[in-house]
Design a protein around this ligand. Sequence first.
Ligand code: 5GP
Length: 186
Amino acid sequence: MSGDNLLRYVDRILFTEEQIQARVEELGAAITKDYEKENADLLVVGILKGASVFMADLLKQIKLDVEIDFMSVSSYGSNTVSSGDVRIIKDLEQAIMGKNVLIVEDIVDTGYTLSYLVDNLLSRGAHSVKVACMLNKAERRVTDIQGDYVGFDIPDEYVIGYGMDFNQKLRNLPFIGTLNPIYYRD
Ligand code: 5GP
């Protein structure tokens, strides 16, 4: 696919690169302010693969000593329907006992993935577990999870770009857009 060809997958651009960067700066500033007062170490955990782009941008806006790690969990597979069955594909490389953990996720949809992750990390003895997510689809929520740092609220539409995929592609689009409905299947 050439660059222009990628655009045929996009229905509408929801957030431009500039809007995303401005919001990420605000989130980074809020996180910095909140954790400045804490004594415990901060571990920022990116959830692969969707949060990879957001994670890289957000980290640069957090002006604190932090460590980073990554987890990968199964969620949608290759289609667009969620399931409550969450499994860890790649785990953290370290123990998190006593640490402040900040999970970085691309989008909270039903909330199954994050509810599972928060419970799982708390059960390992983390001092605190908070969540930063770029997008929030509140009307789709099934569990009672809330993001602590939320980029943007969006309606119930399938989005692509800025790390978020369609069939494992389009993560490299620099903006966030809705998927052209002709490609949508569930
Ligand atoms: P949840 O467990 O909250 O239903 O879904 C979490 C995961 O589903 C997200 O981390 C993301 O990977 C995927 N997801 C949910 N909605 C969308 C969407 O609109 N577009 C894309 N590309 N992925 C989504």
